[in-house]
Design a binder for this molecule. Structure first.
Ligand code: ZN
Length: 143
């Protein structure tokens, strides 16, 4: 991978020592995701109050990109509303798949932008996000 040094360090840091890597007790919503292309598995847990994400964590195993993405996602989404989270997911998807993304500012999440040069790794980077979306949707349905 030819990623920017700084970004590479961030991905290695989060990929080898993921933050929020545990199962939340009594989550309001959760979902499992699997990326068969790489073998990455994640389980995302959320605590939501009045449409706001109070806490978010994940378990699972996979490559450094998938773990780093899940780890940074959890940090980034705390205290965001569900609408904000879905909007960030949209932007993130653009960030890792499209060329002209200079207007997208997603802080640490931008570290993952380099995967767009490696189409096979895009699914690694978006796995946690797809799983998050699944959890949010299943949560909405069961209410
Ligand atoms: Zn992967």
């Amino acid at each position: 991978m030819e990623l920017d040094n700084l970004y590479q360090e961030l991905i290695i840091d989060h990929g080898t020592q993921p933050r929020n890597h545990y199962a939340l007790q009594d989550p309001s919503m959760d979902a499992e995701g699997y990326n068969p292309l790489c073998g990455d598995k994640v389980h995302v847990y959320l605590k939501v109050n009045n449409n706001q994400i109070g806490d978010v964590s994940f378990t699972g195993q996979g490559c450094a990109i998938s773990m780093a993405s899940a780890s940074i996602m959890c940090e980034y989404l705390k205290n965001k509303t569900i609408d904000q989270a879905l909007e960030i997911f949209n932007k993130f998807q653009k960030l890792v798949t499209e060329e002209n993304t200079s207007s997208i500012d997603l802080g640490k999440l931008s570290a993952l932008a380099g995967v767009r040069k490696f189409p096979a790794r895009v699914k690694c980077a978006t796995l946690a996000w797809h799983t998050l979306q699944k959890a949010l949707e299943s949560g909405e349905k069961s209410e």
